[in-house]
Design a protein. Structure first.
Length: 183
């Protein structure tokens, strides 16, 4: 009888471990990386990329949006979005020094607040300590015509010989696009 109970507990423990490993290795919001290497700038953004799955993504709390306007968002799922840069970057009048930082946002209807925080803690259930915020910038949000099923970060390089010398980080999901210029 004791052996049966022991074997049952062992089987349950093994099943739990297999489930936990499977869940970690195959998350519903997979870990993604966007990289940029140009003009002496090497940047990597690491984020968990959720899917739309027919849900309202950005909107009001009354609309039951997944990401309500004017609220903290870790800008992805599972963990904080991290930006790592091998050189100083300029966002507006602010300098982001070489290093690794978390990036979080407060989406709005027409503008988004983008905050760079010095913490590199990876789990983003709660908003990082505001005392560790380096700076925030406000950028416009744009409506796009084609829905993007999965949260996507990428980079827009500066056009060669163009009037605008800034490159940009671009975030797109559902019908929203946010462009964060940097130099």
């Amino acid at each position: 009888m004791k052996k049966k109970i022991l074997y049952t507990l062992l089987v349950l423990l093994v099943a739990f471990i297999v489930f936990a490993v499977y869940t970690v290795m195959n998350p519903k919001s997979p870990l993604q990386t966007a990289s940029f290497s140009e003009n002496g700038k090497d940047i990597t953004i690491t984020y968990s990329s959720p899917y739309k799955k027919g849900r309202l993504i950005f909107g009001t709390e009354a609309e039951s949006a997944l990401v309500p306007f004017d609220n903290y968002w870790r800008t992805g799922a599972n963990r904080h979005t991290m930006i790592k840069t091998g050189s100083d970057l300029i966002f507006g009048d602010n300098v982001l020094s070489k290093g690794e930082y978390s990036l979080y946002t407060k989406p709005g209807l027409n503008t988004w607040d983008i905050t760079f925080n010095s913490t590199n803690a990876y789990f983003g259930i709660s908003q990082p300590d505001s005392e560790m915020d380096l700076f925030s910038i406000t950028v416009p949000s744009n409506a796009i015509d084609e829905s993007i099923e999965q949260l996507t970060f990428d980079f827009i390089p500066a056009p060669p010989n163009g009037p605008n010398t800034n490159s940009a980080i671009r975030l797109r999901w559902d019908l929203t696009e946010v462009v964060i210029p940097f130099n």
